[in-house]
Design a protein around this ligand. Structure first.
Ligand SMILES: Nc1ncnc2c1ncn2[C@@H]1O[C@H](COP(=O)(O)OP(=O)(O)OP(=O)(O)O)[C@@H](O)[C@H]1O
Ligand SMILES: [Mg+2]
Length: 85
């Protein structure tokens, strides 16, 4: 059964991105398959991903998608298509 974890806060610099990377890493180490969705228009997770890629150090079991709108987030989710309403 998939588990969805979101970090949401209106406060900048609260640690949302950091905690999501750490939690994802813990699950990935356990062999769980992780889908990270970067919904921040500033794309901090995508930047981190590019740096990992440049160092040839992408984490195993983790996939990253950038999606800044509800519709694009929905299309990223497994077994879910974008709603038409
Ligand atoms: N538990 C923590 N203890 C100390 N520093 C932390 C902790 N969590 C995050 N930080 C630091 O705080 C800063 C902001 O963290 P982070 O980028 O994860 O926050 P954010 O909520 O995603 O910010 P933004 O709203 O800008 O996206 C980073 O420099 C990070 O290293
Ligand atoms: Mg962030």
């Amino acid at each position: 059964m998939p588990r969805r974890i979101c970090a949401i806060s209106g406060k900048g610099g609260a640690g949302k991105t950091t905690v999501i990377i750490l939690v994802a890493g813990e699950y990935a180490i356990q062999g769980k398959k992780i889908l990270l969705i970067d919904a921040d228009p500033r794309q901090n997770l995508a930047e981190w991903w590019k740096r990992c890629e440049a160092k040839d150090n992408l984490p195993a079991n983790v996939e990253l998608h950038s999606a800044a709108t509800q519709r694009s987030i929905e299309t990223c989710l497994p077994n879910k298509t974008a709603s038409t309403t």
